[in-house]
Design a protein around this ligand. Structure first.
Ligand code: HEM
Length: 144
């Protein structure tokens, strides 16, 4: 694609962005802080219970709750959206949603590891989910 075609494609994508974000209108967003606190506590519980196969059903139900929480919270606008320059706000909200989608993928990997009943895999998948915190927070929840 030449430069002009790239610019046209970019402008078309930006023009479509508000409609794209409006597709969440029929879903009720969840409070991000509530979901994140659930994520932190739930992950800790899964890590603790991973070593005991009798507790794997509990881990599975826990990971499903976390998937629900993140799915709901990805539809909320991050608190700092309102602080972005007006022309950058929609892209900031879109980037937050994409980061949360990556987090959902990591949670699905965790779910698969629990189904396999493999404590090492569960631990590694929990670490991967937890490591999303630094990257996610540096852009969307920086320390005040
Ligand atoms: C894609 C990755 C992530 C993003 C984009 C993200 C984004 C955010 C945002 C925007 C908030 C502020 C919510 C508010 O004040 O209303 C927040 C808070 C929080 N997040 Fe995350 N987060 C991510 C991953 C994680 C992970 C993996 C954990 C823990 C395992 C986590 C734990 C928390 C906690 C505990 C809070 C509340 C902090 C407080 O006390 O104010 N986050 N996160």
């Amino acid at each position: 694609m030449n430069r002009r075609a790239n610019i046209v494609a970019l402008l078309a994508a930006l023009a479509f962005l508000p409609q794209l974000l409006a597709f969440r209108a029929d879903k009720k967003p969840l409070n991000i802080k509530t979901a994140m606190t659930k994520l932190k506590d739930g992950l800790k519980a899964i890590e603790t219970n991973a070593a005991d196969p009798k507790k794997h059903p509990q881990c599975l139900s826990g990971v499903l709750d976390l998937e629900d929480a993140v799915n709901g919270a990805k539809l909320s606008d991050p608190p700092l959206a309102g602080k972005q320059a007006k022309e950058e706000r929609a892209a900031y909200v879109r980037d937050y949603r994409k980061a949360m989608i990556e987090l959902q993928k990591d949670l699905l990997d965790l779910e698969a590891a629990v189904l396999d009943g493999d404590a090492e895999k569960i631990k590694a998948a929990c670490d991967k989910v937890g490591s999303a915190q630094n990257a996610g927070h540096s852009k969307f929840n920086p320390r005040k």
